[in-house]
Ligand binder design. Sequence first.
Ligand code: C2E
Ligand code: CA
Ligand code: CA
Length: 648
Amino acid sequence: MSESNIDIELSYLRKKIDREKDARKQAEVLLENKSTELFDINQRLQEANQQLDVIVTRRTKALKATAERVEITSDELQNTVNRLSLVLDVANAVTWLFNVRHQTMDIAGKSQSLLGIEPTKAIPADDILSRIHKDDQVQLTEELGFALKEGKAISLRCRVMSRNGSYRWFLINGELSSFGAKRSLCVIGSCIEMHEQVEREREVWRMANHDALTGLPNRNHFETQFNALAGESFVSGEGFTLALIDINDFTQINDTYGHRTGDGVLQDFADILRGYSDHATHIARLSGDEYIVVFKNNIATWSAHELCQKLIDECATMSIQDGERLGLSLTMGLAVFPKDGGTMDDLMQSVYSAVQVGKQKKHIGSSCVLYNSSIERERFRERDIRSALKAAIEHQSFDLAFQPIMCNQSRYFVGCEALFRWPDMGGQWDIQEVIDVAENSGLILDLGEQVIDMAFSKLSHLSDMGVKKWVAINISPLQFQFQDVPHIISKALIKYNVDPAMLVVEVTENIFLENITRVAAVLGQLTKMGVRVAIDDFGSGYSSLRYVQSLPLDKIKIDKAFIDNVGSSAESQGIVNAVINMSHSMNYKVVAEGVETEEQLTALKEMGCDFIQGYLFSKPLSFDELIKLDDFSASAPLVLKTHLGRTL
Ligand code: C2E
Ligand code: CA
Ligand code: CA
């Protein structure tokens, strides 16, 4: 090899070495860079690892906690399931699920012991429905329908056939839900046995709504029945006829035969009414002797009237328990819904008005009156009087008229009767009518107190004038029944400082319809106070000779109806004569009312009647007119002697 070749070779090698050196340097720099990068990566990896560790630890912890909770929850769930099945057992309950799509039922719980059905799935729903009492089926299917359509919860009591084939009460609850993976529509619920509780409640309800003696629905229950009936009637457009039955003089049956027999009569009567069940939708007992029959709406009013007549005939031959014939007399009123009243109050008012009309014909025994337009007019008339009277009582816009009473022997006026007058009344009503309305409505109580006060004020006026004439005031039986009449009168005696002997209290025979012992005691109190008592309208009402004898009376006033025929009818004359003799034998004086003719006066004088009151001598006068009469002047004789020699 030549030198130049060697040099070339050498230079080449050197260059190669240099290149390699450079390359190595670059590689070293690269390596250094890479190792720094690697270090960084390593560093980050380490950090990430640490974070992962933290997360893993945390997650592990959380998972552990969740696992524990799941364990607890599943225990609780198991407990709940156990408790639930225990509750179902204790509560005698069955659970059910109605599969809407398949129309089947799943039954679980105590179905075997309660219903005699094994807990089972997918029984046709109709099989279950057929075990529900037929009266409850409609309501149950309706409630199921509501649950499905409107999502309403079901809750109803119904009778379900039990294991032994009898129906028992269950409470059925349920609500719309879904089940299974497909979330199929269902109604799910429970069926809880509550037979004893429902039966107890029904018994309490029965007692509260039925009359204990006859077992018939009472007024309270009838009101509910009526409202339901009225509602149905409005929907169907068909009316119905209602009868109110009042047993006449039932207190007399009690008084004569005793309460035990009275109760038996009412029970028998209720049984007779039940015999009309084929024609009636409702039969009820409203009060002691008042009953209601509602006739089926396909029964025409005239047939209802015929049925009432049949009932009247049946009761007329009724006998009491030991076979004695009793013959119950009835007053019946009939009215038609809604023609004669669209509410219970209105319809009842109509039948009461019809009964009232029947009562006025009481002397003919039983009666059955159909409400009609003239009764309606009468009712409106009564209503008008009542409201006008009420206002007049508030404004005290009354007056009194005074009708002088003549001593038959001396021919002097010895006293007068104070008669209620109502100046604003006009000519449309008469006093008797107004008094009757006042009595029927109870307004007579307030009115009577005002009359007493006015009469006393006039009495004190007379006494201030030095006139010693008695004033008679009319006291209604209702006042005796509901007010302490002796107390009211003694207060007035003190207030007006008048002599009690100048007061006569007139009472009608009707007060004897009340408790006679009490009546005697009250009249005794009045007599003790020095007030005198007269029996008014004697002979027109309740025949009471045996009571009259035992009472502390001063006068008997013979009713105008008997006086009218004195002098023309031997029979009337005979009666009047007998009453005068009887009264005198009991030391009572006699006043003849409504004397209009000289013939009557002559006859009465011959019979020894003590006092005469009537148009023959004077009509009722205003107080001013009264005191202008000679006898009512201060100079008139103060003390008169009767033919019996008693001081008046
Ligand atoms: P009464 O107590 O029998 O009163 C007598 C009635 O007969 C009075 O009618 C009187 O005007 C009338 N009268 C008297 N003499 C004759 C006569 O000769 N012929 C005729 N045709 N009638 C005669 P009045 O004032 O219309 O009273 C009617 C009834 O109203 C009274 O009958 C009485 O029951 C009642 N009444 C009047 N005022 C009161 C009162 O303040 N309280 C109570 N509770 N009732 C009263
Ligand atoms: Ca009178
Ligand atoms: Ca009278």
